[in-house]
Each structure stands twice: as C-alpha cells, then as structure tokens.
Design a binder for this molecule. Structure first.
Ligand code: AMP
Length: 150
C-alpha cells in the first residue's frame, strides 16, 4: 500500500472530536505523514469577510468569538504535536473549504467524522458527504456514535 504523506484532519470541536483527532494522529504516526488541521469558521458572524478567507492563526484577535476558536485550534495542535504552520482557520462553508484546502496543501487523505444520521438512509453526515463527492484525494470517515447506535 502506498503510504499517505499528508493527512488533513478536519476539526469542528464537537463532542467526539477527540476520537477523530486521535485516529488521525495514529494514522500520521503509522505512515510517518505530515498532519495538518483545519477548522472552518462557520458558526460565528464574520461581517465583511468573504468565503474562503484565511484567518491568521498566529495573530491574536480582538473579536472574542474568533479568539475562542483560534484558541481551540492552537490547543488541539499542541496536543497532537502539529507544527503551528500547519494549523488552518478559514471562514466559509465547511465542505467547500475542506476540499479547497486539501487541494492547496496537497493532502492525500482527509479525515472527517460521520454521523449515522436518523438511523435510516444516511450513513454520512452532510459535511462528510459533501467532501466525499468533491474531494480528489482519499477520505476517511470516522464513525461518530449517535443516540441511535446505543
Ligand atoms: P457534520 O456533517 O456537520 O456532522 O460534520 C461531520 C464532520 O465534518 C465533523 O466531524 C468534522 O470532521 C467535519 N466538519 C464539520 N464542520 C466542520 C468545521 N466547521 N470545520 C472543520 N471540520 C468540520
């Protein structure tokens, strides 16, 4: 099997993020791959900011909501031993920005979480599904347990 060389972990800082992050870190270790982390800012208002705008991770912001997300990304990066230069904060729509960044940094594996939503037809959550249909590299969807799985 060809080893993966650059893994992109997508982090939404939700409840099961730890499981997904640990899995991505383990894979990076096994393949001796570079690990990058992306958080897409999609749940805080960013007036006058166009989709796809890169927010500098190394520059403190006076905007509290942004500062909180920046802090979470830096903390996750430190926990996983990721080079600060490989932490990405982008304003936009998660599935679009994930696909776009993966191409830009030449990631060969994207790691996302996936929900078994509503138990019936949907195996993948919406973001995972969108990335699957548009990414040009491999995608690893880590199953996130839902209430329906218990
Ligand atoms: P969802 O489809 O929203 O349930 O999200 C599924 C997975 O997509 C999450 O576990 C993350 O891996 C990724 N994801 C969702 N939203 C974001 C975001 N804002 N930034 C980065 N990754 C995200």
């Amino acid at each position: 099997m060809m080893p993966y060389r650059h893994i992109l972990l997508t982090a939404d800082f939700s409840e099961h993020g730890e499981t997904i992050a640990t899995r991505a870190k383990s894979l990076a270790r096994v393949f001796q791959a570079k690990l990058s982390i992306l958080h897409v800012l999609d749940d805080i208002p960013m007036p006058d900011t166009g989709y796809g705008t890169l927010i500098p991770v190394d520059t403190p912001s006076e905007y509290d909501l942004l500062e909180a997300e920046r802090g979470k990304l830096i903390a996750l990066g430190a926990e996983l031993g990721v080079d600060p230069a490989d932490l990405w904060l982008i304003w936009g729509v998660p599935q679009d920005e994930i696909v776009r960044l993966a191409e830009k940094i030449a990631a060969d594996l994207i790691v996302v979480g996936s929900h078994g939503r509503h138990g019936l037809a949907l195996l993948l959550g919406s973001t995972a599904n969108g990335v699957l249909h548009h990414a040009s590299c491999d995608l690893l969807a880590i199953r996130i347990p839902t209430i329906n799985d218990i």
